[in-house]
Design a protein around this ligand. Structure first.
Ligand SMILES: Nc1ncnc2c1ncn2[C@@H]1O[C@H](COP(=O)(O)OP(=O)(O)OP(=O)(O)O)[C@@H](O)[C@H]1O
Ligand SMILES: [Mg+2]
Length: 288
């Protein structure tokens, strides 16, 4: 592991391969499954595209409701084929609505954090090309992947944590924050989105419950990025296998996501990492 990180650091400092400074990796996660991550990620990506960003989603979801399904697409290859050296990044990337790039993860997501040394250079070369293809890599982390999820989160530039007002969702969101803060990286800033709320007050009360617990028991802080209303059109879009942004662009839920995209695009949620871009991300991913 140490060796991999050393190689990556050396590559990161190679002047010819200086990463684009603006490239950002944003992970979307939740404690409990089924809170709306995949729908949120896809629609946030589409809203960010409208703000002029080129966006690629890494689908780290091993469950059934995958990013490709949400977009009505069927991938042929996944990250597994990249890690095994069978396919290039261009061969596994699929294109969704508005030119959204989708990288199907499959079980390759778990392997990415444990790449064998012989495959490492090939993976860096391939993933490094993402920086020429996108400005933002959004990762739908899926739920319940344990260490893989927290490693991805710690490697990201920004973390968005989704919860609903349900007590179980909130408890699991707290559990996720606790896992994230249980080691040396106590300063990770986490941006909370409360999904499926009926009113603003509902969102604020949910956020305050989480914030209080984090302050009291973890001596940490979280910030409220925004909320998304409970909206029957989300379920309808899912049934149509069309993103909400395409099927119902004037829906209340999508308006909320556009508002959140405005915040995400208007400011850097966290101070930039010293080593930016894909190489910086992989260096941090492999450090754990
Ligand atoms: N704002 C909303 N209003 C109404 N329904 C919603 C909303 N957000 C999500 N849902 C419903 O929740 C379901 C689950 O959403 P989604 O698949 O995005 O969750 P997930 O967190 O990715 O789940 P998993 O952990 O299984 O990957 C959707 O099919 C949709 O019906
Ligand atoms: Mg999902």
């Amino acid at each position: 592991m140490h060796d991999q990180a050393t190689i990556l650091r050396e590559m990161a400092s190679h002047p010819d391969e200086a990463p684009r400074k603006s490239f950002r990796v944003i992970s979307v996660t939740s404690g409990k499954g089924g809170v709306g991550k995949t729908n949120f990620t896809v629609n946030l990506a589409l809203a960010l595209i409208d703000f002029g960003y080129r966006v690629i989603i890494l689908d780290g979801d091993l469950g059934l409701a995958n990013v490709d399904i949400a977009c009505g697409l069927t991938p042929r290859f996944t990250l597994e084929h990249l890690l095994s050296g069978e396919k290039t990044i261009e061969e596994i990337l699929i294109t969704g609505p508005k030119g959204l790039g989708i990288l199907p993860g499959g079980s390759g997501v778990q392997d990415l954090a444990n790449i064998e040394r012989i495959h490492l250079e090939n993976v860096i070369r391939n993933l490094g090309r993402l920086e020429g293809l996108a400005d933002i890599l959004l990762i739908d982390t899926g739920a319940g992947l344990g260490h893989t999820v927290t490693n991805f989160l710690k490697a990201s530039d920004d973390i968005i944590l989704l919860t609903t007002p349900e007590p179980t969702s909130l408890t699991d969101a707290y559990g996720m924050l606790k896992a994230l803060r249980s080691d040396e990286q106590k300063k990770i800033q986490v941006h909370v989105v409360v999904n499926r709320v009926s009113h603003e007050a509902d969102a604020r009360a949910t956020f305050e419950r989480l914030e209080n617990a984090v302050r009291r028991f973890l001596q940490g802080s979280v910030s409220l990025l925004g909320w998304v209303y409970e909206d029957p059109l989300v379920g309808k879009a899912v049934m149509r296998q069309e993103p909400l942004a395409i099927a119902y662009p004037t829906s209340a839920a999508y308006h909320c996501i556009q508002w959140i995209a405005g915040s995400v695009s208007g400011l850097y949620l966290a101070p930039p990492h010293k080593e930016s871009g894909i190489r910086g991300f992989l260096t941090r991913l492999l450090r754990h």
